[in-house]
Write a protein that binds this ligand. Structure first.
Ligand code: COA
Length: 215
């Protein structure tokens, strides 16, 4: 694992009033990933992200939002969103989280690609992890990168995973892979999606990683 940061960074709960900043960071932090290509940065995308985060924060008790604050300025350095299922979910609940598809009218190629990609990732997780993973999303504001903020958030999740004996499942970007490897995650699968098949261009990849709990 990377060495602990020199200045101890503290984790706090991300509040509803932080959602605008969370979404700004979500769009800024993923410069060349699938999210950027499929969700073109725009006011519309930001609004969709805001609604999703707000809904999750208010309605889903399995979701934990966290932030790391810069000690001098009070800015949010990094955020994490964990989904923790201590009790195995039933099939019905898993299916209810299946990505939505729409049959109404012609779709943009990005929408068709998004649906296909999310469906594939959803089914893969269901097949390999069953009903009880702990999984997450992590991002650091590029202004605060490599100061240990992501590692601080990850360390919380790892100790929670070991305490509850749950595996952590995630979809890693190329940027994050070495951090996850240093923290004991292993690659399960690399997915590549040829955007050309949907009318776009390029190949997007996502690395599926998992960390099994230790006692
Ligand atoms: C990946 C990411 C979360 C790392 O955040 P961070 O706060 O800079 O990371 P930390 O300072 O806690 O950890 C540093 C370690 O992460 C890895 N890392 C961080 N930035 C990296 C980069 N640009 N390229 C390669 N490795 C990187 C390294 O292993 C690094 O350790 P080192 O500094 O000893 O070499 C951040 O760059 C980010 O938000 N990227 C875009 C979003 C993303 O990919 N999220 C993860 C998908 S689930």
């Amino acid at each position: 694992m990377p060495s602990p940061p020199n200045s101890p960074l503290k984790i706090a709960t991300l509040e509803e009033s932080d959602i605008d900043e969370f979404v700004r960071m979500q769009i800024a932090a993923f410069p060349s990933q699938t999210a950027r290509i499929l969700y073109a940065p725009s006011a519309e995308t930001a609004e969709i992200f805001r609604l999703n985060q707000r809904k999750m924060m208010k309605e889903d008790p399995s979701v934990y939002f966290q932030k790391v604050i810069e000690p001098d300025t009070g800015d949010i350095m990094a955020c994490a969103r964990w989904k923790i299922y201590p009790v195995p979910r039933d099939e019905c609940e898993i299916q209810s989280k299946k990505p939505a598809t729409s049959d109404s009218g012609p779709k943009k190629w990005q929408d068709r690609a998004k649906e296909a990609f999310h469906m594939r990732l959803h089914d893969y997780m269901r097949d390999v992890m069953g009903t009880q993973p702990l999984y997450h999303m992590l991002m650091t504001d590029p202004r605060f990168s490599r100061r240990g903020a992501a590692y601080t958030l990850l360390r919380w999740g790892i100790s929670e995973a070991d305490r509850t004996q749950l595996p952590i499942y995630l979809e890693s970007s190329n940027m994050a892979r070495s951090l996850y490897e240093k923290c004991g995650f292993r690659v399960l699968e690399c997915f590549a999606m040829d955007l050309g098949k949907f009318g776009g261009a390029g190949i997007e990849t996502v690395t599926i990683m998992v960390r099994w709990p230790r006692s």
